[in-house]
Ligand binder design. Structure first.
Ligand SMILES: [Zn+2]
Length: 354
């Protein structure tokens, strides 16, 4: 649905630069403005506006286009009513859904335009919170980090800082006095920044980091004392109990020949071991690319000594030696016989027993 309209002649319009009013017409041109839909149909206003001369000799502007208050804005292709409607929907539905819904209502708009309209909305007003949460966020994970400030009582994000820097955090806190409690992780940048910017505030670790650190500590502790745990568990699980019978060479060889006992699961599965294998593979791959240990440490976010340990280990299992030295095996009762056969030069388990 198109509505034609034109601005009246003889109306004085101030120059946008110098403010001196003018009515001397240079030309007229047509503008198409999308308006809010009406009766289920899209509305377009075909508006004829004047281009006027600025007659002020001291002004650098020669001509300017007149604007109609409440209807046009410079370079705008939508009326303010439609812009407000799309921005409001964008906040509720997100951009892609708004673009689809608008099409049903007869308004053509891209999701990027909706995003721009939402981004142009003024930030909601807020006051310095009593409990402030500070954490980092990534715009490019592992490369570029910023800082987010959250009101921990209302869960409302308050502000974003473009970097992760103690001075920026301190400056922000000085601009927003009155914060009593700062909830943060244990990163030194936030600790230093918070101490400098809000020296009287009380600091505490946030819930996520408390759980995360506890989880890591428990995992480290359990992996360090695996052997003890195995001793506790083994008597209860019959398949792990060592053979009570004294070793008899022939069944071993048969077992080896059929593959029953010769290829036990070499190392168990588990999150810790999976991560160890992944990290080992990543470090070795980068060593083979010729990267320095320092560079690998930086890229993977690991300590240089840790990277050196991974780089030196030929296989991930080699790193478990200390941990698995005392591991019992189904083959243990037959170990003397196996070692004797190996000493005799037989290293093929499929070979017939002597
Ligand atoms: Zn002017």
């Amino acid at each position: 649905m198109a509505i034609e309209a034109s601005t009246p002649e003889g109306r004085l319009v101030p120059c946008p630069d110098c403010g001196v009013p003018s009515e001397r017409v240079h030309s007229r041109y047509g503008q198409r403005l999308a308006d809010a839909p009406c009766g289920g149909r899209g509305v377009v206003i075909e508006l004829s506006v004047r281009r006027l001369f600025c007659d002020n000799a001291g002004c650098r502007r020669v001509t300017f286009a007149e604007q109609v208050e409440g209807l046009t804005c410079r370079y705008g292709r939508r009326t303010p009513v439609l812009q407000r409607m799309l921005a409001g929907l964008g906040v509720v539905l997100a951009a892609r859904a708004v673009a689809r819904l608008a099409l049903l209502l007869g308004v053509v708009v891209s999701r990027m335009t909706v995003l721009r309209l939402v981004m142009a909305l003024p930030d909601p007003a807020w006051e310095a919170p009593r409990v402030l949460g500070i954490d980092e966020f990534a715009t490019r994970k592992g490369r570029r980090y910023g800082t987010i400030m959250v009101d921990c009582e209302t869960h409302q994000p308050l502000d974003l800082l473009s970097d992760r820097d103690a001075d920026s955090v301190a400056a922000w806190l000085r601009e927003h006095p009155g914060i009593e409690i700062i909830c943060r992780d244990r990163a030194t940048v936030f600790a230093d920044g918070a101490r400098k910017g809000a020296p009287n505030a009380q600091h505490c670790a946030d819930k996520w980091h408390v759980w995360h650190n506890l989880g890591e500590a428990v995992e480290r502790l359990v992996s360090r004392h695996r052997a003890l745990l195995r001793d506790l568990v083994e008597p209860q699980s019959p398949e792990l109990e060592p053979e009570p019978e004294p070793p008899d060479p022939s069944p071993v060889a048969t077992g080896a020949a059929t593959g029953d006992g010769a290829s036990p699961e070499p190392y168990p599965q588990g999150k810790f071991l999976d991560r160890l294998r992944d990290t080992h593979a990543a470090v070795r791959a980068q060593v083979e690319q010729g990267l320095s240990l320092r560079e690998i440490a930086r890229r993977l976010g690991l300590g240089r000594n840790t990277v050196r340990k991974y780089a030196r280990a030929a296989s991930p299992e080699a790193m478990l030696h200390g941990q698995w030295q005392n591991r019992t095996s189904k083959l243990d009762p037959y170990r003397p016989y196996i070692e004797q056969r190996i000493a005799e030069g037989c290293t093929n388990p499929v070979q017939a027993p002597r």
